[in-house]
Design a protein around this ligand. Structure first.
Ligand SMILES: [Mg+2]
Length: 259
C-alpha cells in the first residue's frame, strides 16, 4: 500500500516535470516563430491598432484588464469543474474561438436589437474553419433571443455559455478543456478575459454604427491567426496587454506600445 502511494506520488512528479519540459519547448518554439502576421500587416495596414485611440473607453479598459491580470488569482479547480463545457469539434485539430455577444456581435437597448455589420458573413466563414462558442455575460433568455437573429438555423455555434458559466466576472477558458495554444476569446470588455489575458482579442464596442467594419477586418486577421501554432505568442506580440500595466494609464500605454 505504502509503495503504491509512493509510486503514485513519483508519477505525479514525473508528469509535472514532463509538463514543465513541454511548456519550455513550446516557449522556445514560440520565441523563434517568425512574425508572419505582423509582417503581413505592415504591408496591408494594421488591424485594430490603427483604429484604437488613446482616449477611448477601450483604452482605459485594456489598461485596467492588464493591471487586474497581474493581481488575478486563479480560482480553485472545483469552480472550473462545475462549469465544464464539452465541445464537439468539427475537426479534431480545430482551434476554438469564443465570441462575446453584446457590443461584439449585437447592440441591444430598450427592446431594440441591432446586428453588427458583416456579422452573418463573419460567423458563416469562421464556423467553417474553427469551432465557435458564444459566451455572454447575460442570461440564457437574452442569448436565445439574440441567437434567433444571428444564428436562426443554429448552424454556427457548437456551444452557448452564459453568466452561469462565468467564475466571478471572468470568462475562464479552463472550462473548455482545450490547450491554451488553441483557444481565442474575442470580447469588447477585456476584463472578461483577465484569467488568460494572452488568449484575448479585444474589439471596439459596437453601439449601432452603420459604418462599423470591425468584424470584416477582424475576420481577415483571424483567418491568419488560426493557422499559427500557439495563438498566445501572436496575441501577446500584437496587443501587448501584459505590458499595459507598466504605464500610468491606458492613454500612455497605447501611445507608447502601439505607435
Ligand atoms: Mg460585450
Amino acid at each position: 500500500m505504502k509503495s503504491n502511494n509512493h509510486s503514485k506520488s513519483c508519477q505525479i512528479i514525473i508528469n509535472k516535470k514532463y509538463d514543465d519540459l513541454k511548456n519550455l519547448e513550446t516557449q522556445r518554439t514560440a520565441d523563434t516563430t517568425p512574425d508572419l502576421i505582423i509582417d503581413d500587416e505592415k504591408q496591408k495596414g494594421n488591424y485594430f491598432t490603427s483604429k484604437i485611440s488613446s482616449d477611448c473607453k477601450l483604452a482605459r479598459e485594456l489598461y485596467e484588464a492588464s493591471v487586474q491580470s497581474h493581481w488575478y488569482f486563479e480560482q480553485p479547480k472545483e469552480f472550473v469543474d462545475k462549469r465544464i463545457v464539452k465541445l464537439k469539434k468539427q475537426q479534431k485539430n480545430d482551434k476554438v474561438v469564443v465570441l462575446d455577444l453584446d457590443e461584439t456581435l449585437v447592440y441591444h437597448r430598450k427592446n431594440k436589437s441591432l446586428i453588427r455589420p458583416y456579422c452573418k458573413q463573419f460567423l458563416e466563414r469562421l464556423s467553417k474553419v474553427c469551432t465557435l462558442v458564444l459566451f455572454t455575460a447575460a442570461k440564457m433568455e437574452h442569448a436565445t433571443n439574440m441567437l434567433k437573429l444571428i444564428d436562426p438555423k443554429k448552424q454556427y455555434f457548437k456551444a452557448v455559455c452564459t453568466m452561469d458559466h462565468m467564475i466571478g466576472n471572468v470568462k475562464d477558458l479552463r472550462i473548455f478543456q482545450t490547450d491554451f495554444k488553441d483557444i481565442i476569446i474575442i470580447d469588447n470588455c477585456p476584463l472578461n478575459f483577465i484569467g488568460q489575458i494572452n488568449n484575448g482579442v479585444p474589439i471596439m464596442p459596437f453601439e449601432g454604427e452603420n459604418e462599423d467594419n470591425q468584424l470584416e477586418e477582424l475576420l481577415q486577421y483571424l483567418e491568419k491567426l488560426l493557422l499559427v501554432e500557439d495563438v498566445r505568442v501572436e496575441l501577446s506580440k500584437k496587443f501587448k496587454l501584459e505590458q499595459f500595466y507598466k504605464e500610468l494609464n491606458g492613454r500612455q500605454a497605447i501611445n507608447k506600445l502601439y505607435k
